[in-house]
Design a protein around this ligand. Structure first.
Ligand code: TYM
Length: 342
């Protein structure tokens, strides 16, 4: 039995290079020797107002991007969160095992409440419970994510442990898997103390996976560095330079030592241009495959329908166990004996 892996990203616009290096690159590498499920978490994205027409397109775009990056539907289950109603159902059940104080400590909620002050909805507050449900629904062992999601994973672990403490060992307590080498925290190109985020206002701050090569080059050439003029691994005084080094080495798959050796006798110009070139080489094939996949919408929808069915079958098996231990009567139409939900 391979260990079960689940991860996801929100369809709230295009993905950034941070999403790619911090999460997707790991997902792809894990497929061969793990039982992987990759989810487009559309329900999570509703915590921010979405235009329905655009939102539907973005959900399909994100699924196509997963495939373009190298998620293989023959090896992994790729699906849309809202296709499996048990995510929302389990989130409700788990919310009764989650303390207000725990949710109140979530730094992402505090940040988002600040940046969306006009719409601090209850979903934004309970968001980590839905994320816990995504993970716990599939008996997930490992969750590959960037650094910013670690606190949410800790909560999922605490909720699972609390549930099991009361009702027995039903839920698997998942392990976070945060990639090394600086890729777990790719920084904003204009403000290198902040993480690179889809929602950054300045376009120059973020490289998008689908950016054209000339746009990528321009963004790296304008990346903020410092006035020290030496390439060193000094995160405190040179966060912009260290970010470029981390991006270059993550794109090349080499260590910091190799990166320092390569750039240490150079000015920042070479570091910026070569980092852009490495990123362009990494993303160019993704962009080409994405365009192709997106032009074949029926095939894409077919992949998602199959993924949804596989995910649903697995989710229902867990729901049966959870409902049973909670003492909720099973709906005979949902869990009839001719359906295989053991
Ligand atoms: P999201 O959509 O914000 O990001 C998707 C993944 O990309 C990682 N990431 C980064 N990694 C490195 N550097 C960055 N600058 C950077 N920015 C983003 C994120 O850590 C994440 O792994 N709540 C999640 C989605 C989610 C989820 C889940 C993830 C919902 N349910 C269950 C795992 C398991 C989120 O908003 O990710």
């Amino acid at each position: 039995m391979k260990p079960i892996v689940l991860s996801g990203a929100q369809p709230t616009g295009q993905l950034t290079l941070g999403n790619y290096l911090g999460a997707l690159q790991q997902w792809i590498a894990m497929q061969a020797n793990h039982d992987c499920l990759f989810c487009v978490v559309d329900l999570h994205a509703l915590t921010v107002r979405q235009d329905p027409v655009l939102f539907r397109e973005r959900i399909l775009d994100l699924a196509a991007l997963y495939l373009a990056c190298g998620i293989d539907p023959e090896q992994s289950v790729i699906f849309i969160q809202s296709h499996v109603p048990a995510h929302a159902e389990l989130a409700w059940l788990l919310s009764t095992f989650t303390m207000m104080g725990e949710l109140d400590r979530m730094t992402q909620f505090k940040d988002k409440a600040r940046s969306h002050a006009h719409n601090v909805n209850a979903g934004l507050f309970t968001y980590p419970v839905l994320m816990a449900a995504d993970i716990l629904l599939y008996g997930t062992h490992k969750v590959p994510v960037g650094e910013d999601q670690k606190q949410h994973l800790e909560l999922a672990r605490d909720v699972a442990t609390r549930f099991n403490g009361i009702h027995g060992p039903v839920l698997v307590v998942p392990e976070p898997l945060v990639t090394g080498g600086g890729a777990a925290r790719i920084k904003d190109l204009q403000e290198p103390l902040k993480k690179m985020s889809k929602s950054a206002e300045s376009d120059l701050a973020k490289v998008m996976i689908l950016d054209e090569p000339d746009v990528i080059l321009k963004k790296f050439k304008k990346a903020v560095t410092d006035s020290l003029g030496v390439v060193r691994n000094d995160e405190v005084n040179q966060p912009g330079v260290v970010n470029l080094l981390n991006i270059w080495r993550s794109a090349q798959g080499v260590s910091m030592e190799v990166a320092l050796d390569h750039f240490s006798h150079n000015q920042y110009g070479k570091l910026k241009v070569e980092t852009a070139e490495a990123v362009i080489a990494l993303l160019e094939p993704v962009r080409t495959r994405f365009r192709q996949l997106r032009s074949e919408q029926t095939e894409l929808e077919g992949v998602l329908a199959r993924g949804g069915e596989l995910a649903m079958e697995r989710a229902e098996a867990m729901m049966k166990r959870v409902l049973t231990v909670l003492g909720l009567p099973l709906n005979p139409r949902r869990f009839s004996s001719d359906k295989v939900h053991s």
